[in-house]
Design a protein around this ligand. Structure first.
Ligand SMILES: [Zn+2]
Length: 469
């Protein structure tokens, strides 16, 4: 079945048809690297990760690009406040960004372009806009003239006349129209700058994303994503710049992520309810946070509080316990009714195909966990074919698409646990042997052997090996 999702550009749920069959070119606005990112940003990063994983699960060849804005007013302000260079601020928080993505178990994008590495492309695009009559220069600044682009407002639904009237109070002397926006800003003293045909300066924020997306994905590409707060003016301006420069449609589908509130209040530093992702991950698992995000549709407002996060952690433990039980259940060659997993795959895909409905997809996973638990307790043992089928659901859906269980990690934890338990038994057996209670110590050795754990008594120590996994 095809994937359908809400396109902000057309304001309806549409069937997704990529430009080139089987391939997806997708861009997401990345961070401005001046601080650690907060759990509202993390929500967008996790949800685009899940969408990216789902496209790949469905067999698409995805090229996913996420930019880093490493020159911006916020970075310069932070540098001045901390008494370090803007480059050092950008370096520190770029590294933190990648570290936090890893902690959130986010699959890396294919390309992470940086604004400062694409300045010449930005200058070229601005020149094209001036040539095409969509931009003008004033004393070293370059502005985009919104009145020349009749489709301005098509993404956000804002009307050009209203924007011009509404913004009249903050009209800048040098701008022709209040809604015009900066493509290039002339350098102020002490700020980083690049040489350009209009003098020393730096790019405006919006032009960065137009250049970095089109350079990596082509002038027209499939999907552009970002937070809700970026629809206007950032994404509206990206469309205006790109389409006026190339004369072609820019991104064909737009995906936007909803806000995150804390206890139904806006998250803000001044209210003291502000959390960075790395703060949360000190006390909770990435899987719990990801599950909490999955409980709400990506585009809807999400309410966050610690109680909900604790509940998520418990829900994660239910999945982990079920998985461990599965791995430790005795596997034998017995005849057994088939545990049919096709309905879970079908229902999971139906949910995800329908506007990436992760709350429903999650419900399918929990229904599956419940059914697996009762199947195992009913039969006590599993045959190999059922075990493989069940593992496949964990592997492809819970781990592969949603990322709410880390099988490599769970496996390592289990290995460690097994190792500690065997060593504990070896210890007890050594004590029994010291007391010459050989009947019991031999029984332990024989019983372990039946579980494919072979003990080897050497002079001082007893070692073990697992003969069959
Ligand atoms: Zn952007």
């Amino acid at each position: 079945m095809s994937i359908r999702f809400y396109n902000t550009l057309t304001k309806r749920i549409e069937e997704f048809i990529p430009l080139e069959e089987g391939k997806i070119k997708m861009y997401m606005c990345g961070p401005t690297v001046y601080d650690y990112f907060h759990i509202g940003n993390a929500r967008s990063f996790v949800m685009i990760d899940i969408i990216n994983r789902y496209f790949r699960y469905k067999g698409f060849d995805v090229k996913f690009v996420m930019n880093l804005t490493d020159i911006d007013d916020k970075i310069i302000n932070k540098a001045n406040a901390d008494g370090i260079s803007p480059q050092d601020v950008a370096k520190k928080y770029s590294e933190a960004f990648f570290e936090d993505l890893r902690k959130l178990k986010i699959k890396p994008a294919d390309v992470y372009p940086r604004a400062t590495e694409n300045i010449s492309g930005m200058i070229e695009l601005i020149q094209k806009l001036i040539e095409n009559g969509y931009a003008y220069t004033v004393n070293g600044d370059v502005f985009f003239d919104v009145t020349n682009y009749k489709q301005y407002g098509k993404l956000s639904g804002k009307k050009l006349e209203e924007l011009i009237d509404g913004a009249r109070v903050e009209v800048l002397e040098q701008k022709k129209n209040p809604a015009d926006f900066a493509l290039w800003k002339s350098a102020k003293s002490g700020e980083p700058y690049w040489e350009s045909p209009w003098g020393k300066g730096r790019p405006g924020w919006h032009i960065e994303c137009s250049v970095m997306s089109m350079k990596n994905l082509g002038e027209t590409f499939d999907i552009h994503a970002g937070g809700n707060d970026l629809i206007f003016p950032h994404h509206e301006n990206e469309i205006a710049q790109s389409e006026c420069a190339t004369g072609k449609p820019f991104a064909r589908y737009w995906i936007h992520f909803g806000f995150l509130n804390i206890d139904n209040q806006k998250m803000s530093k001044s209210l003291g309810n502000f959390f960075t992702a790395r703060e949360i991950l000190e006390n909770y698992s990435a899987e719990a946070l990801r599950l909490l995000y999955c409980q709400t549709l990506y585009s809807a407002p999400l309410n966050f509080n610690e109680e909900l996060l604790k509940n998520s952690e418990q829900a994660i433990n239910r999945i982990k316990n079920s998985y461990h039980q599965l791995k430790t259940t005795v596997i034998s060659d017995i005849e057994q009714e088939e545990f049919d997993t096709s309905s879970y795959f079908r229902k999971f895909e139906e949910a995800m195909d329908n506007n990436f409905n992760t709350p429903e997809a999650l419900a399918v996973i929990f229904e599956f966990v419940k059914d697996v638990n009762s199947f195992i307790s009913k039969h006590d043992k599993l045959n190999k074919s059922n075990q493989i089928k069940i593992l496949e659901v964990y592997d492809k859906l819970a781990s592969g698409v949603l990322g709410i269980i880390d099988l490599t990690e769970s496996y390592a934890v289990r290995e460690e646990l097994v190792d500690s338990l065997i060593k504990l038994i070896i210890d007890i057996r050594a004590k029994l042997r010291a007391e010459k209670r050989f009947d019991l110590s031999d029984k332990i050795r024989d019983e372990l052997k039946k579980l494919n754990i072979e003990l080897e008594d050497k002079k001082e120590v007893t070692t073990y090996k697992i003969t069959k996994q």
